[in-house]
Design a protein. Sequence first.
Length: 441
Amino acid sequence: MTEKKAVIIGAGLTGLTTAFYLKKAGWEVKIFERNNRAGGSIFTHREQGFVFESGPNTGLVSHPDVADLLTQLSGHIQIEPLGESVRRRLVWKDCRWYALPHCLSDSLRTPLFKWNEKLKLLMGTMRNNQYITEQFTAGNNTRPEHTVDPFIHAIYSGDFHGLLTKPNQHKNNKKEAIISSRLKNEKRHVKIDRQLFFINGGLDNLVNALVKNIGEDAFYFGTESLQVYPKEKGFSVQYDSEGHLWNMEVPVVISTIGAGGIGKTFPFLNAHEKDLISNVSHTHVIQAVAGFNKWRGIPLKAFGGLVPNTENRNILGILFPSSFLKDRAPGQGALLSLFLGGMHNPDMINMPDETIKRMVVDELRCMLLTPEEPDLFKIFRHHYAFPLYGDNPDTRLETIINIEKQFPGLILAGNMRDGIGMAHRIGQGAAIARNLTLQQY
Ligand SMILES: Cc1cc2nc3c(=O)[nH]c(=O)nc-3n(C[C@H](O)[C@H](O)[C@H](O)COP(=O)(O)OP(=O)(O)OC[C@H]3O[C@@H](n4cnc5c(N)ncnc54)[C@H](O)[C@@H]3O)c2cc1C
């Protein structure tokens, strides 16, 4: 190894995880972020006694690297034990909530499934102790509209065909295949429990712990103008700060920004490559947070409720964070997080705040029987909430891999490939770091 130096573009979860593991492996890392804070989509807010997230709320320990990262940071963060209510998930049907069944007998009784769906369950699709919904998401053809449909519309706000939530495995890429098999061997002993995780006090504590471990000196904020150019060996990274043009030369550049920013940041890529990479559409999601100092609606003993598209409501779903997390709302109060818009209502994102608030308050009154307006109300518009990988994700991935081969030391990562959830992002960041420690530049 000649020089263990890398520039990472983007200080979201992917960039931070990559930087954390590279730093541990003895690399010098510099992270460039266009905003004035680290965390990207992760953003915890504290106001009027409420603690709420405007991005992700909970992650899933679905990948060995998630378990590993949480263990590595255990001196800096505390995993919040989730309340019993987390297991209870509601689905809206015909003007009332029903709990999603967790066992065969419940699923045969529930009004959420049609008789033919129940028959299919009985005929042997039930395996192990998986959630009933996972049984259906695993199969391609049967998709009960009151279970799988709301998971897709409310959680991912997309549709089955446009969205691949699982990482792409590119079988033809030998290097990736070798690395993933090494990972399997290395990580055999790491426990993955597929449990939800939440960080005590807010997800920004995870971000803060990562920043602290990486070292604050490694971060450069407000670097939107950053551009990368290939040199004979390595790359020249340039950005404008207060009228001064900075230039840095490094052997490795790792991009973790969204597909839309690739063209501007890497001007040397040809137009065709840029088009193929940035051919990712995104869902537009509104997240509305409603805080009540004193809760007078129906009991909120659940993770939240999902609303199937066929119910024709104005919301996609509601999370009840104060029912399963500590100190989210004052005293007898409640904190709710509602999702609106998504694939079927993309224009909702352009509605004025007052219209959104009226819709939400009306829905809360009808669906949770709240007699009064919320004491705290916030709207967050996510124009690029989730990438929809489209019908031909392999072409994009092949283009990326070819560019990486053409320019050794350049890594085009982030959520335009390999999955959209926090676990995927952590997995990708950790894999990049491991991969780099095996290579020479
Ligand atoms: C509303 C919402 C709810 C979600 N809920 C969940 C959930 O419950 N569970 C879950 O697992 N996942 C959830 N996710 C997904 C999760 O947030 C993401 O998978 C993860 O945070 C993405 O991390 P990232 O670093 O890849 O991208 P980002 O967080 O988008 O970070 C990319 C960073 O790059 C920076 N950047 C962009 N362009 C440039 C540039 N030109 N120069 C420098 N910096 C640049 C951005 O400012 C940003 O900080 C949710 C996402 C959203 C939006």
